[in-house]
Design a protein around this ligand. Sequence first.
Ligand code: T3P
Ligand code: MG
Length: 251
Amino acid sequence: MQNIHQRACRKIGKYLKIYSDIFNSRLLRETTVQRRKFTSSSPKMAPRNSPRNLRVLLDMDGVLADFEGQFLKNFREKYPQDPFVPLEDRSGFYVTKQYYALGQDIGTKAFGIYEEKGFFLSLQPIEGAIEAAREMADMEGVDVYICTSPIKKYTHCVVEKYQWLDKHLGKEWMERMILTRDKTVINGDLLIDDKPNITGGMSPPQWQHVLFTSWHNRDVTLQGGQVRLDGWLPHSGWRDILERKRQEINK
Ligand code: T3P
Ligand code: MG
């Protein structure tokens, strides 16, 4: 009786061992396959370090839309007898600061020009800007966003910035719109902007600043990692700036 019992136990043990061997070898095989799946050398997998898209943030006023030109035109039409600052004499980012230097009342009038209903919608596109923005958005491996700040008196400015984008680039560009008073907290690789000194909550910001040449910043010395872009015409080299950055982020 004891013999039968011992033999039965031995048989069960043998089957258990066979089962555990099969189980372990399957487990080993599966783990190996799984591990192989996550290595970049696997022929079935896309390369682990496939290039990521370049994120370009495009400023509006002074980069796509001619704030300075429209401001001067409107000021001169409304106040033909008052002193003004010709575009060649512009310096400093804020136009109002230079007008205040001509007199308190002139500064107040200057403020009124861009706070007026219709000002932001009426801005003319900067030469070549619309074509460049469209081409950029169509580029393989490039994501384009509009990154613009509304003025503090936002009533007309905010809605008109959307209307401007719709008018000149089309409805689908609404998806690209980022309105913020602090551009430093926005995630991007390049910010193309005419303001020389962009500060905010994030220091340093994630993006590299491409200083877009405008009347007010022609003589500004580049700082930090800034590079300069002189307009949107073909020779300006905007495509090279993007390509260089795309290679840099995918090194
Ligand atoms: P943007 O971020 O699109 O460049 O300051 C609010 C917006 O108005 C901002 O738009 C810059 C623009 N602006 C000028 O370009 N020059 C000025 O002098 C002032 C007051 C505003
Ligand atoms: Mg600007």
